[in-house]
Design a protein around this ligand. Structure first.
Ligand SMILES: O=C(O)C(=O)C[C@]1(C(=O)O)C=C[C@@H](O)C=C1
Length: 98
């Protein structure tokens, strides 16, 4: 295989792993969303997020990744998670009475 093709194959494999891990993360956060809806907890937890951002900065430094990039990644993911939680909470509250 040509060097460029080989490197692109590696990139594709890494992207596959990233997407698979994203899907796993969202499976877990959706369970958290259901738990929060069932227990009338707010979607956003500022304290937890503060810890997440601190941890992400340390991890990024450890792996030689730009911490600003790592933070913006986490911000985008958490934004989406919170939207999903709000959606879950809405459908939970609007659900059929049992
Ligand atoms: O840990 C939680 O309570 C979550 O809902 C998960 C999560 C996250 O995706 O990391 C999302 C929203 C919260 O504000 C904090 C963290």
């Amino acid at each position: 295989m040509e060097p460029l093709e080989e490197m692109r194959k590696s990139i594709d494999n890494i992207d596959n792993a990233i997407v698979a891990m994203f899907a796993e993360r969202f499976k877990v956060t959706n369970k958290v969303g259901i738990f929060k809806a069932e227990n009338q907890l707010v979607s956003k937890d500022h304290e937890k997020e503060k810890l997440q951002f601190e941890r992400m900065t340390e991890l990024a430094e450890q792996y030689g990744l730009d911490p600003e990039f790592a933070q913006s990644y986490l911000e985008a993911v958490i934004d989406r998670v919170v939207k999903n939680h709000e959606q879950i909470a809405r459908s939970y509250n609007d659900g059929p009475a049992t």
